[in-house]
Design a protein around this ligand. Structure first.
Ligand SMILES: Cc1ncc(COP(=O)(O)O)c(C=O)c1O
Length: 397
């Protein structure tokens, strides 16, 4: 056998794919005593017992066998009920497919719509988990920079639509956005819908943060593609149990898609994970049917924490940000800071706080940091105090 690195005998995309900058920062600080971890997109509350119980009971009862590729019928029915409740019209279980987290919903969508050299347009800064799986299968993420001007993020629709080429298969929109907290308006969604219809390309929406919405009073969710589209048109929506119901470790999500694609999605699921554990899905049914109060509590907590962060950071003229209208992240610029990955490491070492570097969200995110604020308020305040002290010494204004 030749003495050659194994790395040279794996596929080029697998060789070339960089680490996620979020995971890299997290791994740098993981397990360090005393570090307050605000790098990941999760809160610090465990899953409520009421959702865990049905899962544990199912497991103990022996629900330990292979199951439906699309997800158990009871969960797909519960998804239809949940959507009917929140969108004020009827939904069918035929449009829901249970996946291994939101991430597998994204991966399934990508595997269906983008082949080699096909392009998917993504406004950026963006969560890196669209571009990564696209590149891994030889497709091309086309990032269209959003602009941060006068303390506001904006998406230039002329620029977005000018990126469409004959190879474009989809526009991917994450709203509310991770990391920006920016939320598309109903008119924005209509504009994207109309252009996708005109070019016969897919709308690929990621609305996992739609319940974490602080835009308009009394609105329990952000504007959605479901407000302006038919479920049977070229629309794919990725979603997850992770955020709303504090179930990040369960790895259960769903893909909403035209029913005609059912057999295709089943095949993709078969050849990826062969389905999601049935006992986990029992807990998800309980979350959908009985979780509205828990979500309301989480959103109230997130909003109070957002304001805590906003009021704190406003005291620092060298920090610039837009007040987020959705999700649970603060994405802020530190004037004069040019290497966010190095800054993330220094903050772990020197201040004991863990943020994700802006560069993890594409080149347009350099100069920024992302903080997840869905935490215990006292812990969040402590993280802010440590960061503020560090800032005064290292980036004074
Ligand atoms: C925008 C966005 N979409 C999807 C997900 C997927 O979540 P999960 O795979 O944990 O269900 C996340 C998680 O951070 C996210 O931020």
């Amino acid at each position: 056998m030749k003495n050659q690195s194994h790395l040279l005998s794996i596929t080029r995309p697998a060789q070339a794919e960089p680490d996620s900058g979020i995971v890299k920062a997290a791994m740098y600080g993981f397990g360090r005593p005393g570090v307050i971890p605000l790098w990941a997109g999760e809160g610090n509350l465990p899953t409520p017992e009421a959702f865990c119980k049905p899962a544990a009971e199912s497991l103990l009862k022996g629900e330990t066998f292979y199951t439906w590729q699309r997800g158990i019928p009871e969960l797909r029915e519960a998804l239809a009920r949940y959507h009917t409740r929140h969108f004020g019209r009827d939904f069918s279980s035929e449009n829901f497919f249970v996946t291994g987290g939101g991430m597998q919903a994204i991966q399934t969508a990508i595997q269906m719509i983008a082949g080699e050299d096909d392009e998917v347009i993504i406004p950026s800064p963006a969560w890196p988990n669209y571009a990564g799986p696209l590149r891994l299968q030889g497709s091309r993420p086309i990032e269209v920079p959003m602009e941060f001007r006068n303390g506001k993020w904006s998406l230039d629709f002329d620029r977005l639509f000018a990126a469409i080429t004959p190879r474009t298969r989809a526009i991917c929109l994450n709203s509310p956005s991770n990391p920006l907290g920016w939320t598309a308006s109903r008119d924005d969604l209509i504009a994207i819908r109309d252009v996708c219809r005109k070019h016969d390309i897919w709308m690929f929406g990621d609305e996992v943060y739609s319940r974490f919405y602080y835009g308009a009073k009394n609105e329990a969710r952000a504007p959605s593609f479901l407000d302006v589209c038919d479920v049977e048109e070229r629309l794919l929506l990725a979603n997850t149990f992770s955020k709303n119901w504090a179930m990040t470790g369960w790895r259960v999500g769903w893909l909403q898609a035209p029913r005609e694609l059912g057999p295709v999605i089943e095949r993709i699921i078969q050849y990826n994970t062969s389905g999601t554990a049935a006992f986990l899905q029992r807990g998800c049914v309980a979350a959908l049917d009985n979780g509205d109060e828990f979500i309301a509590m989480q959103v109230t907590r997130a909003l109070a924490n957002r304001d805590l962060v906003v009021n704190f950071l406003r005291e620092f003229p060298q920090i610039r940000f837009e007040v987020p209208t959705g999700a649970f992240y603060m994405f802020f610029k530190i004037e004069g800071m040019t290497d966010s990955a190095a800054t993330a490491r220094r903050l772990i070492d020197e201040a004991g706080v863990g943020f994700a570097p802006g560069s993890a969200f594409g080149a347009d995110g350099e100069g920024f940091m992302r903080m997840c604020y869905l935490r215990d308020p006292a812990q969040l305040q402590e993280a802010l105090n440590r960061f503020g002290q560090w800032l005064k010494t290292n980036h004074p204004k």
